[in-house]
Design a protein around this ligand. Sequence first.
Ligand code: TRP
Length: 529
Amino acid sequence: MAEDPTLSSPARVLSGMRPTGKLHLGNYMGALANWVRLQDQYECYFFIADWHALTTDYADPSRIKINTLDVALDFLAAGLDPERSTIFIQSHVPQHAELHLLFSMITPLGWLERVPTYKEQQQNITGKDLSTYGFLGYPLLQAADILIYQPQFVPVGQDQVAHVELTREVARRFNSLYKTPVFPEPDALLTPSPKVPGTDGRKMSKSYGNTIGLSDSPALLGPKIASMSTNGQRIRQTDPGDPDLCPIGDLHKVFSAPELAEEMQAGCRTASIRCETCKSAVARSIVDLVSPIHEKRRELESRIDETWQMLRAQSAKAAARAEETMVSVREVFDLSRDLGSVRRYFDTSAEEMRNAHDLSRQSDWWNLEQDQRSKLLRDYWRHNLVSRDVALTQESNRVFTSLERELEEPFLSAKKKRVLVTTAREEEDGWHFRIPSKSYEVWTLLCWHGSFWLDDFVVPQKFYAQPFARARKLAKDKPIHLRVWKQGEDWKMEFADLPASEAAGDAVAAQALGPIDITELCSSYDPLG
Ligand code: TRP
């Protein structure tokens, strides 16, 4: 399997098709045959987008299920393999709809109005009122279909590229709005699709009514091809023709073995082979290709319940994967299914602790010894701020745990981040912290002013990793001295014992070892999330 170098498992691929009924040769050559090949290389998700069909066919939904099964049977008959790919029905995975809804909160209308397919389709599809909310949202539902599986690639035709582009924009907006990289931006995997002409010579398409069905019987297929025009060539069979200008010539290029295609081309150019012969030759090529598919399809049709059960089981499997993504997404929107730290908000015994940072309202605050205040501060932190994330750890359920042993002990957040919480009193040149020479993923620095006012900083590792590593080396195992101070409106921190000489003459080093700006971290608890 092809490995994405940044991941340890094979790259994931997802694509879908609307249930338009039985597939035609254009669908097969343009998409399905390629999907079948992708199964050897990727972790694949393929689905039937029945909700998407409703965006245009809402007025008469009577054929949605039949069409869904017709497409599913063609998928399976053509070689999509439920042992290797997850093959499912969109509407059986309601998480797609949930994600679509949440995406609709953050997607500007203009993005959807500007998708080229929107206006095009509204104009081209007559006889249906497409000035609906659902139709405008078509590409956003597609973005949800895609992103919910966090795939690297989306195999699609050129006509879908704008939708993949919108998908990337939505992913980017979500990730940056909520400062969390839930969604990788997927790339379109363009299917190299040969031109498959329909019976009228134009591109084969259901809307032109010029299709040759993947499951058309030879008895149907033969006459369809026999009646195709040769683009006005060889009216008299003694005239030579140009196979490059003939739809039959194009069919040979797609469906015939190269030797046969060449033989027919030569015969056309020299008028040595009759069009009739050439047509029946290509019909035979197509029959050779599709007859094993027909056989498989007939077999599947005879036990349709099994296919339906398979689709339901595969949809449940897809839903389990989609649910994993939704857990992160719901958390972002504060819609997660556990009560978490919110429990504390309704716990009246903790009411005193909720009075934000103004600890002066705690009546006995003034009477506490210095180190008792530190303990209280850490406790305050533990229960009211860190608990946003630690709420699920057993320990945090105990209000006022003993702090004796926790002076240097990290808090372990629910996401298994090691969090240091440490306090310092204001001195003339700022706040001086002693950081244990250990690794933490987050530091929480509580700077208290005078007796009660508090500024806190939640500092993720990336802010200090480099100079801290240097300082640790110099300090051996002793605690490291960190100074935080206010410079105008800005907050800075610096490792007090890093020798300035180290940085001299080296601008890059000086920048790495010099003061670190932490203004943006003041009272910001996000890094725990
Ligand atoms: N819009 C696609 C089409 O008409 C079908 C589709 C729906 C899709 N959701 C998708 C394709 C997600 C790829 C990925 O062909």
